[in-house]
Design a protein around this ligand. Structure first.
Ligand code: ADP
Ligand code: MG
Length: 612
């Protein structure tokens, strides 16, 4: 919150500060520190398990020693002599299992809780970002930070603690016991293992690179299929099936080549590493055997040595795999944390509210200039001045792409002007609480209303959380929607499907109107609200809009001039400026741009309600 307020003081239009994208340890610590106690316990258990693992080869060696003794001379009872050792081993196995169980449970608990906390924090910070942020980012990218990046980070974290700790302890512990068993053999091992590991790591990184290329190629193929299937109507309409098949086929072929190359690489790696490991076992046995023959080493110790050296090798292989995982986990974490620390220029809340009884709803644009942050060089509005008198309807007309929707966005404070200011009852919008402005003052109805995949009741209530059922019905009646809603078998409980797919355009628009009306907005913006509708729905929707407009400050944005004739004041926009203003008759008499637009539309579409 402190950050947001600090941001607010900065000059309008400045870009949000992009935080360096390296891993943010401070944030990570914030997520980790509630779990420190559990994490500490998990670490102790993991260390315990690793130490037990170090003990096991030593005991196994002693057991082998006893076995060897009985193969030489068959006196005494093998069972008696080995019982103690066997029990000890069994106990260690049990202890090892228990410790492993314990630390895995604790780690998964920490990991899952951290992932939930991180997702929640990231989601909430994403929702707070400026609209300009979303202009520049792909939704899919943002969602993947929430899902796969958090997932990747979580599994890396768990793996590093469990495997990493364990492998390190085992390497150190086993090396100690190895050197106690036989210094000579250990030295030999210390030379051979790192050399092999080096070769293995090199090959491994080449394979990882190949595997990444392979994944990218698969993603390309998936992209082609996704595009074709998702836009099947367009593909069908252009009879492009065969071309799409060929395109997909080519990408598939590419991914096959890469995958086979990767397969060969993995096969080579496996084969070579099998040979290497086996040679090392043989080498150890051979050299160790000669030491045993020279009475410099006991047979059981050789056995211990073999098992322990295997543990070292396995642990080191684990560590090298882990290294790649750490790199991936850190970069995933950096991606997650990047957007968590990003603070928007326009905060969601904070600022003053005007008490309802004093709110008049007069809006003025004072010499506003504006360019979109995603396209800084391109001025959409320049020196734009416009007043919306309280309780009056003002129509804004002009060419498509002329900046009409931009005016509405500035009024909702989705963006701040680059220069000049927008005021509500004389107050600069930048001093007013944005949540109050959007939630209670301004109602916005756009050309393509977006509904949420829930019931009609919930969709209308979106405009005012906590509205009573009665308020919902009233709003729906005002919006001419009550009738069609009650004609559905499930009435207000009808689920509208994702993005309202199960409703017609006119029905969706009327729900959107009800949703905007339920908050009793003082200012209403209608951005081409009827232009996507057929003439019959347009009539019904227009009727609802006319009713909704009375007594409110209304900005009607319209492409089709038939809908603006009833406005108190008509403003014509061109080149980001107001170029004409007046009533319909005044403007017609003037014979300027408006008259020209009217004349052209009359030519284009003789019946005024014909679809565009
Ligand atoms: P209108 O509503 O009058 O058709 P808009 O206000 O939507 O026009 O757009 C005005 C200009 O701003 C257009 O040139 C458009 O390309 C550009 N524009 C609109 N939205 C954005 C955006 N989010 N980012 C960058 N440029 C935009
Ligand atoms: Mg528009």
């Amino acid at each position: 919150v402190a950050l947001c307020e600090a941001e607010e003081a900065r000059p309008a239009g400045s870009k949000p500060c992009v935080v360096e994208s390296h891993f943010n340890w401070r944030l990570f610590w914030q997520f980790l520190h509630p779990h420190l106690l559990v994490l500490g316990t998990a670490i102790v258990l993991a260390l315990g398990a690793a130490l037990v693992n170090v003990q096991i080869p030593l005991l196994l060696g002693q057991l082998v020693e006893i076995v060897a003794k009985y193969t030489r001379e068959h006196v005494g009872s093998f069972l008696n002599e080995s019982r103690n050792l066997g029990t000890k081993l069994l106990l260690l196995y049990g202890l090892q299992g228990l410790l492993t169980f314990g630390y895995l449970v604790l780690l998964s608990r920490i990991g899952e809780r951290m992932a939930v906390d991180m997702r929640r924090a990231l989601f909430s910070n994403l929702l707070r970002q400026d609209i300009a942020f979303f202009d520049a980012k792909k939704t899919g990218q943002l969602v993947s930070r929430l899902t796969s990046d958090v997932q990747e980070f979580k599994s890396s974290f768990k793996l590093v603690i469990s495997q990493g700790l364990r492998s390190c302890t085992q390497v150190v512990g086993c090396l100690v016991s190895l050197s106690m068993l036989s210094t000579r053999l250990t030295l030999l091992l210390m030379v051979a293992t790192p050399a092999l590991m080096g070769v293995g790591t090199l090959m491994g990184s080449a394979l990882r690179k190949l595997s990444r290329q392979c994944q990218e190629q698969v993603a390309r193929a998936t992209g082609v299929a996704d595009e074709a299937l998702g836009n099947v109507r367009t593909v069908r309409a252009f009879a492009m099936e065969q071309r799409e098949e060929e395109r997909y086929g080519a990408e598939l072929e590419g991914s096959r080549c890469k995958a086979e190359e990767l397969g060969r690489g993995i096969a080579l790696f496996q084969g070579l590493s099998n040979i290497a490991f086996n040679c090392m076992v043989l080498g150890t046995l051979f050299i160790g055997g000669s030491l045993v023959a020279g009475q410099q080493l006991k047979g059981g110790d050789l056995m211990s040595f073999l098992v322990a050296s295997q543990t070292v090798q396995r642990s080191m292989a684990n560590l090298s795999i882990l290294f790649g995982q750490v790199v991936r986990g850190l970069s995933a974490g950096a991606r997650v944390f990047e957007y968590m620390t990003l603070s928007p220029c326009i905060p969601l809340s904070g600022g003053s509210c005007i008490p309802r009884e004093h709110l008049r709803g007069s809006i003025t644009f004072h010499n506003v200039s504006f360019s979109y942050p995603s396209r800084p060089g391109f001025q959409v509005l320049r020196d734009f001045t416009l007043t919306l008198p309280p309780g009056k309807i003002v129509a804004l007309v002009g060419q498509s792409g002329g900046g009409k929707t931009t005016v509405a966005s500035l009024l909702e404070r989705f963006y701040d002007p680059t220069a000049g200011m927008v005021t509500l009852d004389g107050w600069d919008l930048r001093t007013i609480d944005p949540s109050w402005l959007r939630g209670q003052v301004v109602g916005f109805i756009s050309q393509e209303p977006v509904l949420f995949g829930t019931t009609i009741m919930e969709n209308i209530r979106f405009g005012k959380l906590g509205a009573s059922d009665e308020e919902v019905y009233t709003a729906a009646r005002e919006a001419n929607a009550h009738e069609f809603i009650t004609s559905f078998p499930e009435g207000y409980s009808t689920v509208v499907g994702e993005r309202g797919a199960t409703l017609s355009g006119g029905q969706k628009q009327r729900l959107a109107i009800a949703r905007a009306l339920i908050k009793q907005p003082t200012v209403l913006i209608l951005d081409e609200a009827t232009s996507a509708l057929d003439s019959e729905s347009e009539r019904v929707v227009q009727e609802a809009l006319d009713r909704a407009s009375t007594g409110r400050t209304v900005l009607v944005i319209a492409h089709r001039l038939s809908t603006v004739r009833g406005a108190h004041h008509i403003v014509v926009m061109a080149h980001g400026q107001v170029c004409e203003a007046g009533t319909h008759e005044e403007l017609l008499r003037k014979g300027g741009l408006y008259a020209e637009l009217i004349r052209r539309q009359a030519l284009d579409s003789p019946p005024p309600e014909a679809p565009r």
